[in-house]
Design a protein around this ligand. Sequence first.
Ligand SMILES: Cc1cc2nc3c(=O)[nH]c(=O)nc-3n(C[C@H](O)[C@H](O)[C@H](O)COP(=O)(O)O)c2cc1C
Length: 236
Amino acid sequence: MKILGISGSPRKEGVSGVDKLVRIVLENTGCDYEYISLRGKTISGCIACLGCAKDNVCKVKDDMTDLRGKIVAADAYVVGAPNYYSTLNALTHAFMERWFQFRHQEADTLWGKLAVAVGVGGQSGSFPVNELEKFFLYNFIETVANVTGQGAAACYSCGYGEDCKVGVHYALQGPGVEITPEITPDVSKQPETLRSAAEAGKRLGERLQGHDRQAATERMRKRMGEKLSEMMEHSA
Ligand SMILES: Cc1cc2nc3c(=O)[nH]c(=O)nc-3n(C[C@H](O)[C@H](O)[C@H](O)COP(=O)(O)O)c2cc1C
């Protein structure tokens, strides 16, 4: 069983909370895995050219071309993203949009595979997690666990955070509070977050043992149908 782990954070390794949590999930699966950061990669969003409709291969030439084979070969995914403006950051969104190439003509390349969604935000990681779960569902991929954590917003390192009235630090702590390593949010200091990442990894490893892709596909197909009905009701 091979798991593909993706961190969509553009931040440096060692600073990014998404990187840390994705790695912890992977390390706890007990399976073979490959970890890839999208940092520095050039990945455009889907351009709706429909070049993939015939053969399920995206025709846009950028760093996604090399990643395609890894996505196809993996049995499961651990994808993590930072919260930007209460959604996925653009890099991870572009990466996930390009999974559109797998959705044509009953292509079952990804159907019934398993995933863990990871999200980190200055306040909340739940927005990116919800978005990732939606993307997985569109390809009938079952999300078996999600992990959320609080990371350091840019305000903790931009140099103006102590007095900036639109910053997160100011909003959370009030005026004149010194920024120190002790009060700077870091997923490594959040036992509950670390425990949930380790548990998510174990659950994914366990679920992969004797996994029935066909049954998972049917469950996800049903869930997708329910979701589409819900969406139709809300748009009516
Ligand atoms: C452009 C931008 C927008 C952001 N918007 C939000 C937001 O709406 N909500 C939130 O909780 N954090 C927000 N953040 C903070 C990041 O989610 C936070 O820094 C997180 O730790 C990033 O994860 P990373 O360190 O793994 O990259 C934003 C950061 C940036 C750079």
